[in-house]
Design a protein around this ligand. Structure first.
Ligand code: SDX
Length: 398
């Protein structure tokens, strides 16, 4: 095993040989390091192909529904009509929240970010379903149903409560996407809006071992309950380098103001070495396939409900950015156009990431279930760069 020597520790002392950690070199952010085996999703970053359980997202977003795709992700095969009917029915029956969770949401400051409200309310489910029998398939199925069913209700409830209203009860007669949009406005959504929203949920549902899914797997590997697993993942998704970028893209387009300013904005950002939100990806070296589909959905909505002047800025920014950053493999990712779709659907900007979470619960639960099937607690190691063992120094001598 070759020793890995680290130059100096924090005190500037030269370290000959740090603790040997086999012959694996340090990989910040675990870049390119396989830490598990999975059959849920695969990404071809060079060809821009994303597939869930073997089905390309182009097929799924054209033909499937979010709940059918959720079933596929979690149990590995597309459901037959009875399985899909039962799954849909169970989710419909479990959408409501305990009044205690509603009361808890009412205690949160209305200025708080909805992702923090979601992380707290998702974790609180562990208080209501405290029996932890994670090797029991029925417990796993029931937990999946509760989380898939209740997370959208939590997001919509906090949105109404922070505006000073009582939450709108879920409607059993509405399918998943329509019901969520209904709980935000108390109006049944336009069929095109509901269809596009459901497809957005499919596109955001899973993406192999991204930061929040890795967080879910690490938490799952300790055999804690699924509510803690989802709360960990929600907390991870909220960061601006991950799921929080969709909100920042809109702020960036607002700051740019006109298509003509896009080039200038980019040059300054690149000079400052700051990241262009909605661009770049650890896996993709081409335009994120999800961004391509989301862009088409945005155009469908604009055709029916009227254009959004921000779209011209976004298209110009993409053009200018590809000229400058394309050679480095930096292209639009999933977050670049998703916010424009949600804006056109009349959704508040700081709900964009909670909506990402509503969708990604499907992927996180699929990874939770897979982790349990062949579990080994995650416990990587480190390269120690701190002080060597030394004498205690009494206070008076310091
Ligand atoms: C999501 O992992 C997933 O699958 C995530 C996700 C999912 O579905 O779960 O796809 C969802 O999180 C999408 C990403 C949303 N985040 C953003 O849009 C924020 C902006 N993007 C970047 O912060 C960045 O691209 C990351 C975080 C997404 C990826 O970062 P990496 O792989 O760690 O790349 P890096 O930061 O090491 O950058 C490599 C080079 C650097 O240049 P050099 O120092 O080598 O010259 O590329 C440059 C970076 O400066 N770069 C960018 C850039 N992203 C990378 N330069 C300008 N703008 C950017 N957005």
């Amino acid at each position: 095993m070759e020793a890995i020597s680290v130059e100096t520790n924090e005190g500037g002392e030269k370290i000959e040989n740090s603790k040997q950690v086999e012959n694996i070199p340090l990989r910040p952010g675990l870049e390119g390091v396989p830490v598990t085996q999975s059959s849920i999703c695969d990404i071809d970053g060079n060809k821009g192909i994303l597939q869930y359980r073997g089905y390309p997202i182009s097929e799924l977003s054209a033909n499937s529904s979010f709940l059918e795709t959720t079933y596929l992700l979690i149990w590995g095969e597309l459901p037959n009509s009875q399985q899909l009917h039962d799954f849909q029915e169970e989710v419909q029956m479990h959408r409501r929240l305990s009044f205690r969770i509603i009361d808890m949401l009412k205690c949160f400051p209305e200025s708080g970010h909805p992702m923090d409200a979601l992380q707290s309310s998702a974790a609180s489910l562990g208080l209501f379903y405290s029996k932890r029998v994670i090797d029991n398939p029925q417990y796993i199925y029931d937990s999946v149903i509760r989380l898939i069913a209740k997370i959208p209700t939590m997001v919509a409830a906090f949105e109404l409560i922070r505006k000073g209203h009582d939450p709108i009860r879920p409607r059993d007669d509405l399918e998943y996407a329509s019901n969520f949009l209904y709980m935000l406005t108390e109006k049944e959504p336009d069929p095109l809006a509901a269809r596009v929203f459901d497809k957005c949920l499919i596109l955001h549902a899973e993406h192999s071992l991204n930061a929040s899914t890795f967080s879910a797997r690490v938490t799952a590997s300790t055999l804690t309950d699924p509510y803690a697993v989802i709360a960990s993942a929600v907390g991870t998704l909220g960061g601006p380098l991950h799921g929080g970028a969709n909100e920042d893209v809109i702020a960036m387009l607002e700051e740019i103001g006109t298509p003509e300013n896009a080039g200038n904005y980019l040059d300054n950002a690149i000079k400052r070495k700051s990241k262009i939100m909605g661009f770049g990806h650890r896996e993709y070296r081409v335009k994120d396939p999800r961004a391509c589909v989301l862009q088409k959905f945005a155009e469908e909505l604009f055709a029916k409900f009227g254009k959004d002047e921000m779209y011209e800025i976004a298209k110009r920014l993409e053009e200018e950015a590809i000229n400058r950053l394309g050679p480095k493999g930096i292209y639009p990712n999933v977050d670049f156009y998703s916010g424009l779709v949600y804006r056109k659907l009349g959704i508040s900007r700081d709900l964009f990431t909670p909506i990402f979470a509503i969708s990604r619960v499907a992927g996180w639960l699929a990874h939770w279930r897979e982790q349990l099937s062949a579990n080994r607690i995650f416990r990587p190691t480190q390269i120690y760069t701190g002080k060597k063992i030394r004498e205690w120094e009494p206070l008076e001598g310091r």
